[in-house]
Design a protein around this ligand. Structure first.
Ligand code: HEM
Length: 517
């Protein structure tokens, strides 16, 4: 179980809060007037006072919840003290949520502290389903993720992929091991930074390290952020903000760094925004535009970048790491993938993202890794209005957790669900439309509905090309017989307990590139 370290002051506040919550729970958990409809989903036995808190603080929350749902059903209510949380764990139930209640659950509602740049009120992740969210969603769709825009920014990714290859090549030449997660993090961080800010973090002045350090500090705070968000409403009535000091300390460091970056950027690009510029220019232009559809603030811009780095990098990094671990443990898959890459790309040039559409097995490997190891194993939303789901009553403002880990390992939806079998996504696989006809949503690594991941294409490109390079150009050696696949959900993503370290052995002639890296 994940150890949460409370300092003494927080601990006292926490215990006091528990007592108050017990006393005042009727203030925030109101029965509907029509008590005939007041049937909550089933709730498994819980501990006195804290309810099911221990499950949510576990390093394997997704598994604990999966176990509960296999015993008590795919729609449950658990309680943190007296605060109810709905848990959904099957494909048909996910279908019901996203097809019938999507608008109602289109806000996450997990704001711990409004002013915080991480998961605060001005970021995208927690933006209510309203004007700001619609504005930023449109900007992302048209200025960042649109296929034509992605096509224009391809050069950035080619360059960073070559840098990634060179870095591994260097390790192979020196017979040194590679920490796959760290190497992939450099690749994803630099690529994303160039895409949104028009430059990579400088490795020399330690800027890159600082950003990664702050992202790690945020991950380390994740349980506290979550708890503070879940208990925010009842505690606000008592004037308490849980863990505010710690959360704001990290937020302020982000703030300082971003203020400097934004000012530098502004000075460099004083001219008007032109088509083809980066996301920071787009946001700065929107900030200065008196006639913009929505008047964004300086904090919106900062919140956007912080959350992009938190959400956009680690997801792809962990997926890349899991993919390599699965393939090192199953040489059959690695060999089949290599054969496909060699037959399509050859061995005289480096694989590129334009090759991906011609590499169905590589796409299947990425999909299968995301099925077995979704970086976000649970989706968090809030029922804005009171609702009825499958005949059960859900009070307004109730937190909803969709356990996509459980959905994607459910034997009712997947054959042999625990095995790594990329083949299941080849040719004969059912399409999403077919799933929907059967009224189930069984593949959800990027979430679904209005708040589904807008970066899914980019994420698949990041992961597909990184794996492609590692399989095309290198053999991989590990010290043990098998990679240890133990997982942990500490921080905000599903990670390997033992980060993958393996030694690359060059298997092609080294490539040289014309660009000057
Ligand atoms: C393998 C890579 C990735 C995975 C598995 C992933 C997964 C997810 C998931 C599960 C969600 C929540 C969806 C929901 O609530 O239904 C999400 C949201 C989001 N993701 Fe990703 N993601 C990935 C890559 C990226 C990248 C590369 C970016 C940006 C460059 C990105 C940006 C976002 C944003 C902005 C949101 C919030 C959307 C909103 O609230 O409207 N993601 N992602």
């Amino acid at each position: 179980m994940a150890a949460i370290i409370f300092d003494f002051q927080n601990f006292c506040i926490f215990i006091l809060a528990c007592l108050f919550i017990v006393l005042f729970h009727s203030l925030f958990f109101k029965k509907p007037k029509d008590s005939r409809s007041f049937v909550l989903p089933p709730s498994p036995p819980s501990l006195p006072i804290i309810g099911h808190l221990h499950l949510l603080l576990s390093a394997l929350t997704h598994k604990s919840l999966q176990k509960l749902s296999s015993k008590y059903g795919p729609l449950l209510v658990i309680r943190i003290f007296y605060v109810p949380i709905i848990i959904v764990s099957s494909a048909p139930m996910a279908y019901e949520i996203f097809k019938v209640h999507d608008v109602n659950v289109s806000s996450r509602g997990i704001i711990a502290i409004d002013e915080s740049l991480m998961f605060g009120a001005s970021g995208i992740l927690n933006a209510p389903h309203g004007e700001y969210w619609k504005f930023i969603k449109k900007l992302m769709a048209t200025k960042l993720f649109r296929p034509q825009v992605l096509e224009r920014s391809r050069g950035v990714r080619v360059e960073e992929l070559q840098r990634f290859y060179k870095s591994i090549l260097d390790k192979a030449t020196k017979n040194e091991s590679v920490d796959i997660g760290k190497e992939a993090m450099k690749l994803m961080n630099n690529t994303l930074c160039k895409l949104i800010m028009g430059r990579s973090f400088s490795e020399d002045d330690g800027e890159s390290e600082r950003v990664r350090g702050l992202v790690d500090e945020t991950y380390a705070l994740s349980e506290k952020i979550f708890l503070a968000a879940i208990l925010r409403r009842p505690l606000a009535k008592l004037g308490i903000s849980l863990f505010k000091k710690e959360i704001m300390a990290v937020s302020n460091k982000f703030d300082e760094l971003l203020e400097r970056m934004l000012q530098e950027h502004k000075e460099k690009h004083e001219e008007q925004y032109q088509e083809g510029m980066d996301m920071m220019d787009v946001l700065l232009a929107a900030y200065g535009d008196e006639n913009a559809e929505y008047k964004i603030t300086w904090n919106h811009i900062k919140g956007f970048f912080v959350e992009f780095f938190i959400g956009g990098t680690d997801t792809s990094v962990q997926t890349t790491q899991w993919a390599m671990a699965e393939m090192i443990n199953d040489a059959r898959v690695l060999e089949r993938l290599r054969e496909e890459i060699i037959s399509v790309v050859g061995e005289t040039r480096l694989i590129q993202e334009t090759d991906l559409p011609n590499l169905p097995y590589l796409q299947a490997v990425v999909k299968e890794v995301l099925r077995l190891h979704p970086p976000s194993p649970v989706l968090i939303r809030t029922f804005q209005e009171k609702s009825e789901v499958k005949g059960y009553y859900i009070p307004e403002k109730t937190t909803l957790i969709i356990n996509i880990y459980a959905v994607m390992r459910d034997s009712a939806s997947w054959e042999d669900p625990e095995s790594f079998k990329p083949e299941r996504f080849l040719g004969s696989t059912r399409s999403e439309q077919e799933d929907e006809k059967d009224q189930e949503l069984k593949y959800l690594p990027f979430g679904s509905g209005r708040r589904g991941c807008p970066g899914s294409n980019l994420g698949s490109i990041f992961v597909g090309t990184a794996i492609g390079v590692m399989v095309q150009c290198f053999d991989w050696e590990i010290k043990e017989d098998k990679v240890n696949m133990d997982e942990t959900f500490e921080g905000m993503t599903l990670k390997m307990v033992h980060p993958l370290k393996c030694t690359p052995v060059l298997r092609t002639q080294p490539f040289s590139f014309t660009s000057n890296l």
